[in-house]
Design a protein around this ligand. Sequence first.
Ligand SMILES: Nc1nc2c(c(=O)[nH]1)N[C@H]1C(S)=C(S)[C@@H](COP(=O)(O)O)O[C@H]1N2
Ligand SMILES: [Mo]
Length: 316
Amino acid sequence: MSIIIKSTSDIKSSDITSKSVYMDRRRFMQQAFASSLLLAADAMLPVWAKRWPDPAQAPFRADDKLTSFEDITSYNNFYELGTSKTDPVKNAAAFNPRPWSIAVEGECDKPGVFDLEDFIKPYALQEYIYRLRCVEGWSMVIPWVGFSLAEMLKTFEPNSKAKYVEFTTLLDKSRFPGQSRRVLNWPYVEGLRIDEAMNPLPIMAVGLYGDILPNQNGAPIRLVVPWKYGFKSIKSIVKIRFSETRPKTTWNELAPDEYGFYANVNPEVDHPRWSQKTERRIGDAFWKPKQKTAMFNGYGEQVAQLYTGMDLTKNF
Ligand SMILES: Nc1nc2c(c(=O)[nH]1)N[C@H]1C(S)=C(S)[C@@H](COP(=O)(O)O)O[C@H]1N2
Ligand SMILES: [Mo]
């Protein structure tokens, strides 16, 4: 079996191409930041953007070629900004992700409402290179900047009744034009079982490719759960709630036969209308064959034990 995730200490020479391209892009972004610092007031740059991580410190990195910045930011699912893949990038500029606050509530001892910068401040920003596999059958490899979800959740001291965590996207038609159409039951809601949320893999992402998060990718803060279908990775989060009961999640409510609560990437359990055995890597030439989808999107070593004894055909 190939090693799907590895620590930075075992970077191979085959990684160097994508890495050097990435480093060039990163240097470019840093220069862009530096020049914007000269042009604009220092206050314009978010505080947390001044402590950007060193990509060499990435705690988890997928052993795959990175998807280009252009593809990651122009082929999106973000129904709040329109239902086609190209709508979010077109409508991105109209969405203003500042100011932003996040409420933490429910079964925990330290709830609160926080301004975005205060919310992010306590956590170590790091780079996480993860595969994202959409339930529709395409995938990408994305260099996120973010912090551990588990570390973040622990600071709010969940109590013994906290069996699940629920995440909610901003509800505001004036900032999200797509919410004027009732294509989904707004606001978008997602959830994880508490032990899934406490696994080291999930992150709260605030950036990608060394830059702050583009609006179409869920600015200013979104979840990334790499072993689950993309729809679990909820964007533009304003509320995090610990609960004793399983939250009602958007796609599961809309079509429970098609989108389960767990939504683990699983090539053995087909979507009722299509196979989940293969995927198309965005950016690959049209003649390149689709690739095989891996169980848990390749993160089985880290997460398979969460589902011991569960029938994943029923709990899909
Ligand atoms: N709020 C919100 N979050 C969302 C969605 C959405 O429509 N609204 N789409 C989901 C789906 S289906 C996918 S595949 C990923 C896409 O993330 P990306 O555009 O950053 O690749 O976002 C997920 N998060
Ligand atoms: Mo998706």
